[in-house]
Design a protein. Structure first.
Length: 417
């Protein structure tokens, strides 16, 4: 079964990241459009190739979510470029199906005088992306005073003279500056992303990449999603779910907390109990996740995500559903999410010990909050579940640590240039 179309995996990635700060993605969309029309003007590319470059260019500043304050775009785009470039490159290299294009991100802030000397397949794309980014930043800052000819004195040194000439031709042929200013470009961008072609394995990798992106806000969220998924997987298998139901369960557990990207760290990291107003903001993450996923992921997956804070006795949120109103997959993920919350430490409390977790879950099951059959599987298979959780969590953190370690190494190399 196809849970999500190729176009929708892109829209899901883009709109989920907008939950953190939409400015980075809005900038990425405009830059991607400029690059797309430049390459279309140049000719020689298939539609699906252009679509891949649009995907990459839209997310070319993804590293800024980890290393920068998105409000300070001028600083990290024009003055201190190395950090977000390095991290974005590594995210695409290690986590994305488009890993072969990752070096475009690595070099999109490299002066053309250096880029030209490299034996590098995509250096013309990197040069075009570099110019497209500068056009967006300066046209936005200067408004009516912007003139692309302002870049001529940098041609051949900072920027590619060939890319500049190509952009001027693109302006003449497609009127791209006016379309970006009016917003008309969005329709053309929407059309080209329809040519994206990803296998089911590619899509799965993109969604796992999205899980790692939750670490842009809180590193613990990365492991939290994996723990919830692992607990759900084992219980789903023991509960006799069908192959189809287990796949739906997997994606629902993996994506259940993506709405938390919209919740500020000042709230999630508060070293105290939340105020009622703060708690209401946290509860909004369910609605936000549902909104991002709706009409993109399969309905069954969206329903799992939307119900992960419901409880069988009707005491949960946002809809106050009761056991009879929810299917087994929904009840498994809400149970797994609750266990994960107890396993993890918070700013205001340490993680609960095993015996404490078991006692709390037992009490809440007796009180009617959780499905008794699901709870029984958990108690019966506790050691098996925890062993699986431990292995997968370690694998996840190993990847995450590798990413951060290589980020330091790449950053140092970039400083040497």
């Amino acid at each position: 079964m196809e849970y999500i179309h190729s176009k929708d995996i892109f829209l899901l990635m883009r709109d989920t990241l907008k939950l953190i700060d939409r400015r980075v993605m809005d900038h990425g969309s405009r830059v991607a459009y400029y690059l797309y029309k430049m390459l279309e003007c140049k000719g020689g590319y298939e539609k699906f190739e252009l679509a891949d470059f649009v995907f990459l260019a839209s997310l070319h500043d993804i590293g800024a979510y980890k290393t920068e304050n998105p409000k300070e775009m001028i600083r990290y785009e024009c003055k201190e470029t190395m950090a977000h470039v390095a991290y974005g490159y590594l995210v695409f290299k290690h986590l994305s199906p488009l890993s072969e294009l990752a070096t475009i991100i690595l070099h999109h802030h490299t002066d053309y005088s250096q880029l030209e000397a490299m034996n590098y397949e995509y250096k013309d794309i990197a040069a075009a992306l570099s110019l497209a980014e500068k056009v967006d930043i300066f046209s936005l800052a200067l408004g009516e005073k912007f003139d692309v000819k302002m870049f001529q004195k940098q041609a051949g040194t900072v920027i590619s003279g060939e890319a500049l000439k190509l952009f001027e031709e693109t302006v003449q042929k497609y009127d791209v500056l006016r379309k970006v200013k009016s917003g008309a470009y969005k329709e053309e961008l929407d059309d080209i992303i329809g040519y994206m072609i990803f296998t089911n394995e590619d899509k799965k990798k993109f969604m796992e990449m999205l899980t790692y992106c939750q670490g842009f806000r809180r590193e613990a969220a990365v492991v939290g999603s994996v723990v919830c998924m692992c607990i759900s997987e084992v219980i789903g298998e023991k509960a006799g779910l069908s192959v189809l139901e287990k796949e739906q369960l997997y994606y629902g557990a993996l994506l259940h907390d993506i709405g938390m990207l919209a919740v500020p760290n000042l709230i999630t990291g508060a070293p105290r109990s939340l105020t009622s107003e703060e708690y209401e903001k946290v509860k909004m993450h369910v609605h936000l996740a549902e909104r991002v996923l709706k009409n993109r992921m399969a309905d069954e997956v969206v329903e799992i995500v939307a119900a992960h804070h419901e409880r069988c006795d009707g005491s949960g949120y946002p809809r106050g559903l009761k056991e009879i109103q929810m299917n087994k997959s929904q009840q498994i993920v809400q149970f797994a999410d609750a266990v994960n919350a107890l396993m993890g430490s918070k700013a205001y409390r340490p993680a609960f010990k095993d015996e404490e977790i078991l006692e709390l879950i037992r009490k809440e099951t007796v009180a009617g909050k959780y499905n008794k059959a699901i709870s029984k599987i958990f108690f019966d298979c506790y050691n098996e579940i925890m062993e699986y959780v431990s292995v997968r969590a370690e694998e996840t953190m190993s990847t995450y640590k590798k990413l951060n370690q290589q980020y330091s190494q790449v950053s140092e190399k970039l400083k040497e240039r």
